[in-house]
Design a binder for this molecule. Sequence first.
Ligand code: SAM
Length: 236
Amino acid sequence: LGADDLTAQDHARVTDPRRLRHLREVHRANVGDEMTLGVEGGLIGRGRLERLDADSAEFSLTLDRQPPAPLDVHLLLALPRPRMLARSLEHVTALGVKQITLLHTRRVEKSYWQSPELKEDKIRQHLVLGLEQARDTIMPTVTHEKLFKPFVEDRLPALMTPASGTPPRGIIAHPGMPDECPRAVHEPVMLAIGPEGGFVDYEVEKFMAAGFEGVHLGERILRVETAVTALLARLG
Ligand code: SAM
């Protein structure tokens, strides 16, 4: 459960109605119950429910656990349709991504940028769901880039493209394994994922010119959220 207030190092309070509902309806919590509490900012611990009222819950807290290690991936995600954005943000947060740039590309519908799902509090809700699911506590940063550009950073740059013709060499291929089989990486990665219609040739060329290499998960054309989830799970 995510606590929204650390009142002291040994005490946490939950006042968010959605979390309170979760506490009552999913955990069916009673005073005296113990559960893991995540507190944004990198703290996680065991909480004992001391009081449960209509509008708040109070826990005594024992900080006992470091948050899971971050997966050092900067995700360049071509802005997906709003419903898919919500799920993608939740999944990639649960898988440990700490930086996300929502990118405009030719095949991103302009109307997606007007979606209420892009409001800060909505984005935060999806990230929090992912954190709570994974019992992680470090909130990813999310920024927007409304003009297409391949980012160049001091990271392994990988461009996700479904296999077509000759499979691209997997940039994160394990020596001795098939080229297209990604291995667990422990170095920073920049991972670019296209929109529903894919990147246009011009964009792929720009990525390649910036040093990106193709990485693919075979010939199946996967939904954005499936593709990104599958690849991140292999990196973790
Ligand atoms: N027809 C489009 C194409 O060929 O690029 C399909 C786009 S797919 C629905 C959306 C994005 O998910 C792609 O741009 C790519 O980044 C990623 N993706 C989907 N399937 C993939 C696969 N098998 N391997 C790697 N990336 C994949």
